[in-house]
Design a protein around this ligand. Structure first.
Ligand SMILES: Cc1ncc(C[n+]2csc(CCOP(=O)(O)OP(=O)(O)O)c2C)c(N)n1
Ligand SMILES: [Mg+2]
Length: 363
């Protein structure tokens, strides 16, 4: 299969009103969920790492919103929006962030390891690029078992310089696996820009080395984003042709809630991307098309507000996992003995590090 030219922006104008409203609601839900998550983190109700999708809602909704019930999804650690976009319950996502037993992964995974097997969302992975070989394996399984779906694998711009990216794309190409690889290019891997990290900063071109269709879209324009994966997923399902899609977007917050995200990004750049807020832009499009008016916008916002508040209340009221059950729901081939050193309340779970006994409080 030869390569094809990048599409950049090809807004799909043939989308039903119902689908447009669904995408809009999805984006508003993700934004509000993330804003409230940030607030819950600062109130010390969420521990560990926490990476938000704010600013990237069109990329999330346009890609994940294109999956059918036969397809499977893999993502990185910036995954709250992904889990909501597959239709996951905000209650179960928030409870997972709070580390509660009622969470998507029974509180064992937290923010970076969401999981919704029922809806074919197979994580939520904390190691940069780790999801790529896993997604290729899932695509192989679909092909081997003669099942109809495809796999979508999302990862950040920094993952394209990880060995697993090259191994994964190469295998997918030579074995004709039904996998659509999606780069969420938000221009930075932590504080390092794509220009500083990548010898070829046009990341979509990487797919050409594996002779797969490779495209770039405007990740702030949900209709442009949505058009490309729909087409590429069809190619994957029907012709077992893998593809690479790059979505150009921007995170409005820092890398994680612990990073203000200002020192390495010029204010002018932040302002320029803020002026292209994906939700504001889509709302304008829908108003122009007569699909949304003030009352409809207000109704969506109120509905989402109540839903997210309900998720927070639910998470707060849910029980913590019982420490006795620490080994349940986890992959533990060697048995629980590996965890004997773990102590409750220790920063990294260790009972004893360099003479510090966290369990007794002595240091
Ligand atoms: C293999 C590996 N190396 C380093 C890290 C530390 N790390 C966590 S996030 C990150 C940046 C990844 O950036 P990108 O892929 O662009 O995703 P984004 O955070 O922008 O969504 C790094 C280097 C890691 N988790 N895994
Ligand atoms: Mg990035």
């Amino acid at each position: 299969m030869s390569t094809i030219a990048p599409s950049r922006t090809t807004p799909d104008l043939h989308v039903s009103d119902e689908e447009l409203r669904r995408l809009y609601r999805m984006m508003v839900q993700i934004r509000r969920f993330e804003e409230r998550t940030e607030e819950q983190y600062t109130r010390d109700r969420i521990g560990g790492y926490c990476h938000l999708n704010i600013g990237e809602e069109a990329t999330v909704a346009g890609t994940v919103g294109s999956l059918t019930s036969d397809d499977y999804l893999f993502g990185g650690y910036r995954d709250h929006g992904l889990s909501l976009a597959v239709g996951g319950s905000p209650r179960a996502v928030m409870a997972e962030l709070f580390g509660k037993e009622t969470g998507q992964a029974h509180g064992r995974g937290g923010s970076m390891h969401l999981l919704d097997v029922e809806r074919h969302f197979l994580g939520g992975w904390g190691i940069v690029g780790a999801q790529i070989p896993l997604a290729v394996g899932a695509a192989f399984a679909l092909d081997y078992e003669g099942r109809p779906g495809a796999v979508m694998c999302l990862f950040g711009d920094a993952a394209v310089n990880i060995g697993a990216f090259h191994e994964g794309l190469n295998l997918a190409a030579i074995w004709n696996l039904p996998c659509v690889f999606v780069i969420t290019n938000n221009l930075y891997g932590m504080g390092t820009s794509v220009e500083m990290a990548s010898a070829e900063p046009d990341l979509w071109k990487r797919g050409q080395a594996y002779r797969m269709p490779s495209e770039q879209v405007d990740g702030q324009d949900v209709l442009a984003v949505r058009e490309a994966p729909q087409r590429l997923l069809r190619l994957a399902r029907e012709e077992r042709q893998p593809a690479l899609l790059e979505c150009l977007t921007y995170r409005y917050r820092g890398h994680s809630v612990a990073d203000p995200g200002k020192s390495y990004r010029p204010q002018e750049e932040i302002d320029r991307w803020r002026a292209r807020d994906p939700i504001v832009m889509f709302e304008q499009t829908l108003r122009t098309r007569g699909i949304l008016d003030d009352a409809a916008v207000e109704a969506v916002r109120a509905e989402v507000e109540a839903e997210v508040q309900d998720a927070i209340d639910y998470a707060l009221a849910s029980a913590d996992p019982d420490p006795k059950d620490l080994y349940r729901h986890i992959y533990d081939p060697k048995g629980a003995s590996d965890f004997d050193r773990m102590g409750e309340g220790a920063p990294f779970g260790e009972l004893s590090i360099r003479g510090t006994n966290w369990a007794s409080g002595d240091s």
